[in-house]
Design a protein around this ligand. Structure first.
Ligand code: ZN
Length: 239
């Protein structure tokens, strides 16, 4: 098992030391005893960055959880098993994902409260993100309202709390339509909870900012129908 160094509340560390546990040069991945690299999941892309040792260096191009292990796909030099390496994540890219992921939670919560629509899917990118809501059919006024409420939460600079919580507590405290706890395998307990003040609580493995004031300003740039009851919105974050 790889120790996940950014959990439950350590998203701002950029460098770490680790030991290489396994190398598969043909498949281009290595396996570390611990990592700060976020593996793709929950609509959030994998971190990129580099690892270095002695006078050698490799780019980390992708990070995936496969067959129960976290694989760092690399290009460049290949370390040997047992090698101590230093890892460094591409912080600029990661921080954009953190801001986008927190923004996604805010928008998902507002839409649930105002329109009783659940988040059916989401995809975060560095420069824009999208969320699919169901059942939903927004008009221009609805979009304006969502944007306004989201920006109020940002302006209020509300602190986030990230912690491991017993699954039973989350089952009690979260709304079914917000969390889809059913989709998280039963054996995962405790769960990592992300709370935005007392506005929102959601089990989430993603990386998030410390306070909503970091997000800038949300602008909803597009909305379109994605089937009978599903509406997709896209948003960006402006400085
Ligand atoms: Zn999340």
């Amino acid at each position: 098992m790889t120790e996940i160094l950014y959990y439950p509340d350590n998203e701002y560390q950029k460098k770490f030391d680790a030991e290489v546990q396994k190398v598969d040069e043909e498949a281009s991945y290595i396996f570390l005893n611990k990592t700060l690299f976020y593996k793709e999941g929950g609509g959030q892309p994998a971190d990129k960055g580099k690892i270095s040792w002695k006078d050698k260096e490799a780019e980390v191009t992708d990070v995936q959880k496969e067959h129960g292990e976290i694989r760092h796909y690399i290009s460049g030099d290949f370390p040997e098993e047992g090698q101590e390496v230093e890892g460094e994540i591409d912080w600029e890219r990661r921080y954009k994902h953190m801001k986008m992921h927190t923004a996604q939670h805010i928008v998902s919560k507002i839409v649930l409260d105002e329109f009783e629509a659940s988040t059916a899917g989401n995809q975060i990118h560095e420069d824009y993100s999208r969320i699919d809501f169901e059942p939903a059919d927004f008009d221009d006024k609805d979009i304006e309202l969502i944007e306004k409420k989201a920006n109020q939460i940002i302006e209020s600079d509300i602190s986030l709390k990230k912690s491991e919580r017993p699954r039973s507590e989350l089952e009690e405290e979260t709304e079914e339509e917000r969390t889809n706890l059913d989709l998280i395998p039963d054996h995962i307990d405790p769960l990592r909870a992300v709370e935005i003040g007392d506005i929102d609580i959601c089990p989430c493995g993603g990386t998030h900012v410390e306070s909503t004031g970091e997000l800038g300003e949300i602008k909803i740039t597009d909305r379109r129908s994605k089937g009978a009851d599903v509406e997709r919105i896209e948003f960006v974050l402006e400085e």
